[in-house]
Design a protein around this ligand. Structure first.
Ligand SMILES: CC(C)(COP(=O)(O)OP(=O)(O)OC[C@H]1O[C@@H](n2cnc3c(N)ncnc32)[C@H](O)[C@@H]1OP(=O)(O)O)[C@@H](O)C(=O)NCCC(=O)NCCS
Length: 175
């Protein structure tokens, strides 16, 4: 799928494949270095391309989807969705999304998530949900724009550089 982004360029969105592993590893390490958005610290990201390949492979299952966004042939964003794997959670779908620093605020996060939300709905998911640091204003604003609402707050669920940060769980019901 191709979408025009705010600076006039085109972003191509497609499923992640094994051969993306090396580029995806760099992508996730870059994001982890920022430290304030993702759960993983840089040293907690996959160590090798093989590990990243295994991670991509897991998404070949029918209850999962892993997308990448490419601009000029380079991966600049990724997003994943997991449908709950138990019968009791099979009506839920959770999401993760990350866009490279230089490509933010161009609409790429919106495009990635919209595509995954559509897929989750087609898969029969009724409740879409995600977790976000309370300090991540841009992400929260994007999720609200896509119809997610704050469901609950877990106080001090994260500790970043000695400071406690709340976890916000956001959800959107599809009825
Ligand atoms: C959060 C993230 C995925 C959003 O992707 P993106 O491509 O920048 O998102 P978009 O450009 O589609 O939309 C961002 C929206 O937030 C708005 N925004 C930007 N900065 C903001 C801020 N400080 N406060 C509130 N809203 C803000 C933008 O105006 C835009 O809204 P609009 O489309 O109505 O103008 C991306 O910024 C990112 O990867 N951040 C680091 C990793 C991360 O936080 N991942 C999510 C973890 S839960």
């Amino acid at each position: 799928m191709k979408v025009k982004i705010r600076d006039g360029r085109c972003v191509r969105i497609r499923e992640a494949k094994r051969s993306d592993a090396e580029e995806l590893l760099c992508h996730i390490k870059e994001l982890a270095k920022e430290r304030i958005y993702l759960l993983m610290e840089p040293e907690e990201t996959p160590k090798t391309v093989e590990e990243e390949e295994k991670f991509i492979n897991i998404y070949q299952k029918k209850n999962r989807k892993f997308l990448v966004a490419l601009v000029d042939g380079r991966i600049v964003g990724s997003a994943d969705c997991r449908i709950g794997r138990f019968r009791k959670t099979g009506h839920t779908a959770s999401f993760g999304v990350a866009v490279r620093k230089e490509y933010r605020n161009l609409g790429i996060g919106t495009a990635l998530l919209s595509e995954l939300m559509k897929w989750a709905e087609e898969m029969g998911a009724e409740k879409l949900w995600l977790s976000v640091f309370s300090t991540n204003e841009r992400a929260i604003s994007l999720y609200k724009k896509l119809g997610f609402e704050v469901e609950c707050i877990r106080n001090g669920q994260f500790r970043i550089d000695g400071k406690y940060v709340d976890e916000i769980i956001m959800a959107k019901w599809i009825r």
